[in-house]
Write a protein that binds this ligand. Sequence first.
Ligand code: EPU
Length: 424
Amino acid sequence: MTLPLHEPAIRIIGGQRLSGRIAISGAKNAALKLMAASLLTDQPLILDNVPQLLDTVTMAELLSHHGVTLNQQGNQWTMQATNVAPTDTCFDLVRTIRASIVLLGPLLARCGYVRLPFPGGDAIGNRKIDYHLHGLQLLGAQVQFDDGFIMAEAPNGLHGATMHFPNVTVTGTENLLMAACLAKGTSVLHNVAREPEVGDLIACLNNMGARIEGAGSETLVIHGVDRLQGATHRVIPDRVETGTYAFAAAMTGGDLLLTGANPDHLHSELASLRAAGANVSIGAEGLRVTAADQALQGVDIITDPYPGFATDMQAQFMAMMTRAKGASLITETIYENRLRHVPELQKLGANITVHGQSALVRGVDQLHGAVVSATDIRASVSLVLAGLVAEGETWVQKPYHLDRGYEGLVEKLQSCHATIERVG
Ligand code: EPU
C-alpha cells in the first residue's frame, strides 16, 4: 500500500477493544440552528454546550458577516445581533456549509429582505430547498434567483400561513419556524420534522418569547409575536455522535460509557444495536454499550425521518455490520446518493453489494487496513470505525470532514485505548 504521507489523514491501527468513558458533545445540527436564531433578537443569546467544530466555527464566521458578535468562553457562546446586515454574505463560506440555508428565514423575518448564495454542503444527494422557498412565499415573501443567489423580500412584513410539507425536511421546518415566529398572525405547519434538534430549537425560541405549540408532533402552530428577547439555552447532546461511539463499542467487542448521552433520542438505533446482540444499558451517567468479541449478528435497517433510523447513522451501522455474522440489508431512503462509503469499505475487505438504494452486507471474519477517503462527515467516520477493527494500518484521508462534525474524535478514541492519530 502506498501511504499518503504528504496529505493530512487519520491513521489507525486496528484491533484494540475500546473501553472507558466518552463525554458526548453538544449536537452539531442543533447548535447550528440555535446560532442562526440569534438573528431574531437584538439581545444576547447565550448558548451552552456548543461543540467546537469546523461547522460551528464556519457558522459563527458567516453570522459575523451579518453583524452577529460572538463572545466565546469554552463551550459557552454568547451571540448578539444588535445591527443585522441581510446581504453581506461571503460566497465561499456559504458554499462549505449546508446549514447556511437556515439564515434565510431569520434574516427575512428580522430585516424584510435577504440575499444569500445557494447553500453548499455534502455530496450526498440533490438536497433541494424548494419547500423552504415555497413556505416563505406562503408567508408573504417574493422570492427571486440571480446568479447563484436567492433573494427574498417582504416589504410589508411576513404574515401567518398554512403549509403542508410534501416530505419531511429538517432545515425546511426550522427555517419556516423561525420566520413564522415574527410574522403577523398564526401559522400552521403540517408534516414537520420531529427530530430532537427541531425540538431543541423550539424550546430555545419559546424561551426567547416565541409562541410555538405542538413540539414533537407532526403539526406546529406558531402565533407570531412582535419581537423576541435574549435567552440562555443548553444545546442537547449529539445523538449521532452517541450512536457512532455506541456502534464503535459494540463492533470492537468493547465496553464504553457514553456520559451525558440522551438515549431517548436514539430509540430506533439502539433497538437495532440490541437486535445485533450488543448489551445496551441506561444509567444515571449515560449510556453503556458492551459486546463480546465478534458476537454481533446481521440486522436489517431502513433509514427514515425521526423517530425512524437516522440517515446520519446509516454509514456507521454499515461499518459495524461488515463483520457481523450473517447478512444485513441496509436501505437508504432520505438521500439518493448516500451509499458512497460502500466502495471505501470494500477497499477494507468488506463484502457489500449495492442494489439501488439498498446495500447487502455479508459479514466477513476480518477487515484489512487500506488508504480510504470519503466525501461527507458520516461516511468518513464509518471508515474510522471500520479501521478500528481492520487488521493493520488504515489511513482515512480528508480528515476535515471529521472536524466538521466530531468534537475531539481522535482524542476521545485515544482515551479509550484506540491506536489512532492525526498525521500531516
Ligand atoms: N428535500 C426536498 N426539498 C426541500 C428540502 C428537502 O426535496 O426543500 C429533500 C432533500 O433533498 C432530502 C430530504 O428532503 O432528500 C431530506 O432533507 P432535509 O431537508 O431533511 O435535510 P437537511 O435539513 O438539509 C438535516 C441535517 C442532515 C441530515 C438531514 C436528515 C442539518 C444541518 N443537516 O439536513 O445532517 O442528514 O437533516 O435528517 O441539520 C449530517 O449531519 O451529516 C447531515 C447531513
